[in-house]
Design a protein around this ligand. Structure first.
Ligand code: F6P
Length: 489
């Protein structure tokens, strides 16, 4: 099959330059790249269509065509969109998709179109709508993040809607998303929960029926086994072990250094709820006897003692963690340090797994939860929040692949951790790892895309929402009224 990914925002290059350095160069790029490479490895021809950016700060994005090393069947194609060739943030792309980017895609293929397109985010999705309208080419839609939930998180209501819209151009984003989900042959989500909760928002009423199985496919993202595999060896595997030993010796009482660890590794953000994990140690004597707590951060080397390098939100989390450690008598039982980069993190997981440690993620809500699956791949049994994706990835009708806990109940967290640390450690380590190998690899994601695309190609004709005037002629601006109706306060 010949497939094309529609991903106008961000950009791709063979060295993954600038990933995470800008909000538009984040997780979506990792996802698109990995699925594209896995599809290429499975024998498909793949184009990643993105935007040409001529910017002295990002010189890698200025050439019309690029390729990844060792992936001869995957092309990165950069096509102009906009009055400037310079970088445009994703919120400013809308008119240029219609005016330039989609026509440039049509010119690029010159009648020899791919078998199908797959649109990513509202912008890639609406490009799929326009390509389908012009050529009949089928497309799938993967939202990654939907505008209605972002508006909810920003507390949208009558008082601030116009301000938020002025900054983020939500009126166009929501109109694009409604069209994309309505016109797509298949909508791809990472979990069933994403489909029901996010697409079920009132802002998408009339565009999609979340009860209609024929419109959706669940295709989860995958763990990079070349990094997180239990049998992989990182270039700095030995150095990472030394760093872990050194930090544990710094923070943990000498008579406890032989104990396994409960490992937490996520952003220091209140939503990740480190606090209730620390409280679990404070309330449970048996847990304290069984293990130490190890909090891994991306860049803070000694966050139990120093705020150096921490942002405002991180300081807030650290203040709570430190006072719980103090009040709970946990000093010498908790260690916190930095491991930089995925490959070193995986090496730390493998080292700690060899000491019968477990991984904990007690986030209040986790939309998908790739981190626990990465830890499971590396050999750590997992204890994770029951709210969100882990409830689908770590449990099915017949099997527990990890322990699910109420993240706001320290006693339940403690009991779950003791279970994973106890006689079931081997079972959870084996089952969790096998679960990842069976269901959460990028090869599986690619196979899911092929199935979804085949379904999109044969999807029956339906009555579709009319395309808003703006997406036919971007001089015909959209009003804010519809947005106001979705967020009445
Ligand atoms: O790659 C960046 C990303 O992960 C994309 O999914 C999306 O562009 C963005 O983060 C989240 O988008 P938003 O904040 O606009 O919902």
């Amino acid at each position: 099959m010949h497939l094309a990914f529609l991903n106008p925002q961000g950009n791709f290059d063979r060295a993954d330059s600038y990933w995470t350095e800008h909000p538009d160069f984040g997780g979506q790029l990792v996802y698109v790249k990995q699925v594209a490479l896995a599809l290429g490895a499975a024998g498909h021809r793949v184009d990643i269509l993105t935007r040409l950016i001529v910017d002295a700060d990002w010189p890698e994005f200025a050439h019309p065509e690029d390729r990844y090393e060792d992936a001869p069947s995957v092309r990165i194609i950069r096509l102009p969109a906009g009055d400037t060739d310079g970088f445009l943030r994703k919120e400013d792309l809308w008119p240029f998709l219609v005016r330039d980017w989609v026509p440039n895609i049509l010119r690029f293929y010159d009648g020899k179109l791919p078998n199908a397109f797959t649109g990513h985010y509202g912008d890639g999705g609406v490009a799929g709508v326009l390509l389908r309208r012009t050529t009949g080419a089928p497309f799938t839609f993967t939202a990654h993040s939907l505008g209605a939930q972002k508006l909810d998180k920003l507390g949208a209501g009558p008082d601030n809607l116009a301000t938020l819209d002025a900054q983020y151009h939500f009126r166009y984003r929501l109109a694009a998303e409604r069209l994309a989900m309505n016109h797509a042959g298949v909508i791809i989500t990472s979990t069933v929960g994403e489909r029901l909760e996010q697409y079920g928002h009132r802002a998408y009423e009339g565009a999609v029926d979340v009860a209609d199985d024929s419109r959706f496919a669940v295709v989860p993202p995958g763990v990079d086994l070349s990094v997180f595999g239990a049998d992989t060896t990182a270039p700095d595997e030995g150095t990472v072990r030394q760093v872990v030993d050194h930090r544990l010796a710094r923070d943990i009482a000498p008579d406890r250094l032989h104990l396994p660890a409960v490992v937490a590794s996520s952003r220091l953000d209140p939503k990740k709820n480190h606090l209730d994990l620390v409280r679990a140690f404070a309330v449970s004597g048996p847990l304290r006897e069984a293990a130490n707590l190890v909090i891994i951060t991306g860049s803070l080397d000694d966050p139990l003692r120093s705020d150096e390098g921490a942002g405002e939100t991180e300081r807030q989390v650290l203040a709570g963690v430190r006072s719980t450690v103090e009040e709970g008598g946990l000093s010498g039982k908790v260690s916190a340090f930095s491991i930089r980069g995925q490959s070193s993190l995986a090496a730390a997981y493998r080292y700690l797994a060899a000491r019968r440690s477990v991984f904990a993620l007690t986030a209040l809500h986790e939309p998908f939860g790739l981190a626990p699956l990465e830890a499971a791949a590396a050999g750590l049994p997992v204890v994770a929040t029951k709210n969100g994706g882990p409830s689908e990835s770590l449990r099915d009708d017949s099997t527990e692949y990890g322990v699910l806990v109420d993240p706001e109940d320290p006693r339940e967290i403690a009991a779950g951790l003791q279970r994973a640390l106890g006689s079931e450690w081997e079972d959870f380590a084996r089952l969790g790892r096998q679960r990842v190998l069976d269901r959460y690899t990028w090869d599986r994601s690619a196979a899911g895309y092929v199935e979804a695309i085949e379904q999109a190609v044969t999807s029956p004709d339906r009555t579709l929402l009319p395309i808003d005037p703006f997406f036919q002629n971007p001089e015909r601006l959209l009003g804010i009224e519809r947005l106001e109706a979705y967020f009445p306060g």
